[in-house]
Design a binder for this molecule. Structure first.
Ligand SMILES: NC(=O)c1ccc[n+]([C@@H]2O[C@H](COP(=O)([O-])OP(=O)(O)OC[C@H]3O[C@@H](n4cnc5c(N)ncnc54)[C@H](O)[C@@H]3O)[C@@H](O)[C@H]2O)c1
Ligand SMILES: [Mg+2]
Ligand SMILES: [Zn+2]
Length: 289
């Protein structure tokens, strides 16, 4: 069993080998175990995956025990205990954002799926239509209402992210929730009835008072805090003066490449978007010289 032990990425089982699946019971002790106590992921001392049976002997029956997919054919199992459960000995609780880069990267992203599945299960215990207690479907991630038949699937909230360029400068902003000194690209949830492009134009105007053009797709990323799907773009400045949205945007500035502020964590698509755009702008500047 290739359990990650030294936090190296297990190349024999790349993230691309993960296939999502669902079964309402797993109970396979040989499965790869993604175990949460409340919001925190349990790993062993070398930040490898725990053994399900040992955890269950220590913590008792889990509140959730689902098959959530297969990594290179190996079953992946979600185990969940509520926050009130005492921390088991021999394991370490990890905040998911903080553990990125310190555990096998494929296991990190599978753990983010597990976290979202746990959120879905715990937030759909009662039917949103008629209030009846729901039941888990056997072979698809749905909590089904026995009274009205409504099927509650895991919620995914699409959110745009946009990095605005203007010649040799980038617009970066900070929310009051960011750690001091850190700036990032603008982001915002897609509202009902909007296309991604509509959201970009609206969010940029709302958050910093600017207009943009030439929107270009960059990449996407699942972001389990709690269930965002990040859709990242670049855009060109098309007019307006910076006016920060009170309460949402603490500061926004144009930054030249030689004067970039602290950037978001490595796991975030915001960091990849900024670094890829900076690299492209530096390459363009080199050609122009
Ligand atoms: N992965 C990354 O690099 C990265 C970087 C920045 C933001 N994000 C994520 O993008 C998401 C959106 O960013 P934001 O906070 O700037 O959003 P935003 O600018 O739309 O403002 C957040 C507000 O949207 C409302 N809201 C909360 N959840 C919502 C939902 N599911 N649908 C619609 N509205 C909702 C709330 O009023 C909240 O105060 C957040 O989840 C954030 O964590 C990810
Ligand atoms: Mg925002
Ligand atoms: Zn119902």
């Amino acid at each position: 069993m290739n359990f990650c032990r030294d936090c190296a990425y297990d190349e024999s089982m790349p993230l691309s080998s993960f296939v999502p699946a669902f079964a309402s019971r797993c109970a396979d002790d040989q499965a790869r175990c993604y175990a949460f106590v409340g919001e925190e992921l349990l790993l062993d001392d070398s930040r490898g995956l725990p053994r399900a049976q040992v955890l269950i002997e220590q913590l008792g029956s889990p509140e959730l025990d689902y098959l959530i997919g297969h990594r290179a054919g190996e079953p992946c199992r979600l185990l969940f205990w509520p926050q009130t459960t005492q921390a088991p000995s021999g394991w370490v609780n990890h905040n998911l954002r903080a553990i990125y880069g310190h555990m096998d990267e494929a296991d990190f992203w599978i753990a983010t799926r597990a976290k979202q599945m746990a959120t879905w299960d715990r937030e759909h215990r009662f039917c949103g239509v008629c209030g009846t207690k729901t039941e888990v479907a056997a072979h698809e991630p749905a909590r089904v209402c026995p009274a009205c038949g409504y099927r509650h699937y895991p919620r995914v909230s699409p959110a745009i992210m946009v990095l605005i360029r203007d010649g040799d400068r980038l617009l970066l902003a900070r929310s009051p929730h960011f750690k001091p000194g850190m700036y990032s690209a603008l982001a915002g949830f897609v509202e009902a009835g909007e296309s991604c492009e509509d959201t970009i134009h609206r969010e940029v105007m709302e958050e910093v008072g600017l207009r943009v053009k030439n929107l270009q797709w960059f990449d996407s990323q699942s972001w389990p805090f709690p269930h965002s799907l990040m859709l990242a773009f670049t855009a060109d400045y098309d007019g307006g003066e910076i006016v920060c949205q009170p309460d949402e945007i603490e500061d926004a500035q144009w930054f030249t490449l030689d004067r970039l502020p602290d950037l978001p964590m490595r796991a975030s698509i915001a960091r990849r978007l900024i670094e890829a755009t900076v690299a492209r702008m530096q390459a363009d500047a080199a050609i122009d010289q």
